[in-house]
Design a protein around this ligand. Structure first.
Ligand code: 1PW
Length: 211
C-alpha cells in the first residue's frame, strides 16, 4: 500500500537523523519534513498555505542536497561550516541572492519547535481538550514570534478547523488514541534531540536571527 501513511514513520525519520557524533543528517531530516507535509495535506485544503511554505523550504534544501556541492550538505554541521567559510550566509538583510541553507533550515527548525510543543500538548492533554487550543498555544509560544500579523491571523483561523483530540490522534494512523499517545511518548524525545542539537549549533555560530 503505497499510500499507507502513519505518523509513526514520519517521526522515526527524526530518530535516524542524529549520528553517533551528534551530527544531524539532512537526508532523514528532509524525509521527516516531507512526511509532515503529507500529514498537513491530509488535514485539508485550509492547511495548504501552511504546507506551501514548508514545501518551498524543503525544495530549496533538496536542491542543495542534490547539487554540485552535495557533499557539503550531508549534515547540518557540514552545511554550516561550508556556508560560513564561503560567505554564503547573508547576515545583514536578505540579499537578492539565493536563500542559504542556513537561513532556510532555521525556518524549518523554528517550525519544528512548534511541532514539538504541539505534539507534546496533544500527548499530555486531557481527552476533552481542544486540539485547536493546543495548536494555537504552542504556535503562540514558538513560531508566531517570527510571523507578521496576517500570517498569525490566517494560521489561527486554520487551527480552528482541526478535528477534536481523539479524531486527530486517529488520523495519525498509529492505532487507537492510547497507542498514538504512547507512540508520541517514544518519538518526541528524538525530535527534542534534533531540535536541541540544531539550536546549539546555530547559537554557537550566531545564526539564530538570520534574515
Ligand atoms: C499540525 C502541526 C504541523 C506543524 C508543521 C509546521 C509547518 C510550518 C510552516 C509554517 C508556515 C506559515 C506560513 C509561512 C510563513 C513564512 O513567512 C515563514 N516560514 C516559516 C516556516 O515560519 C518565514 O519564511 P521566510 O518568509 O523568512 O522565507
Amino acid at each position: 500500500m503505497a499510500d499507507a501513511f502513519s505518523l509513526r514513520e514520519v517521526l522515526a525519520a527524526f530518530q535516524t537523523c542524529v549520528t553517533e557524533r551528534r551530527e544531524v543528517l539532512l537526508g532523514p531530516y528532509l524525509s521527516g519534513w516531507r512526511g509532515l507535509i503529507r500529514f498537513l495535506h491530509s488535514l485539508g485544503a485550509i492547511f495548504s498555505f501552511i504546507s506551501k511554505d514548508a514545501v518551498a523550504k524543503v525544495q530549496i534544501m533538496e536542491s542543495y542536497c542534490d547539487g554540485e556541492q552535495r557533499d557539503k550538505y550531508v549534515s547540518l554541521q557540514s552545511m554550516v561550516e561550508y556556508e560560513l567559510a564561503n560567505g554564503l550566509v547573508g547576515v545583514q538583510k536578505r540579499s537578492g541572492g539565493p536563500d542559504s541553507g542556513c537561513r532556510t533550515v532555521l525556518r524549518l527548525h523554528r517550525a519544528l519547535r512548534w511541532l514539538q510543543l504541539f505534539l507534546e500538548g496533544l500527548r499530555t492533554g486531557r481527552e476533552d481538550s481542544r486540539t485547536s487550543v493546543i495548536c494555537t498555544d504552542s504556535y503562540n509560544a514558538s513560531l508566531a514570534t517570527y510571523h507578521p500579523w496576517v500570517v498569525r491571523k490566517a494560521a489561527t483561523v486554520a487551527f480552528c478547523a482541526l478535528p477534536p483530540r481523539n479524531a486527530f490522534l486517529e488520523i495519525m494512523n498509529v492505532g487507537t488514541p492510547e497507542e498514538a499517545v504512547a507512540m508520541l511518548g517514544e518519538a518526541l524525545p528524538y525530535i527534542c534531540d534534533v531540535y536541541g542539537i540544531t539550536q546549539e549549533l546555530f547559537a554557537q555560530h550566531k545564526l539564530l536571527d538570520l534574515p
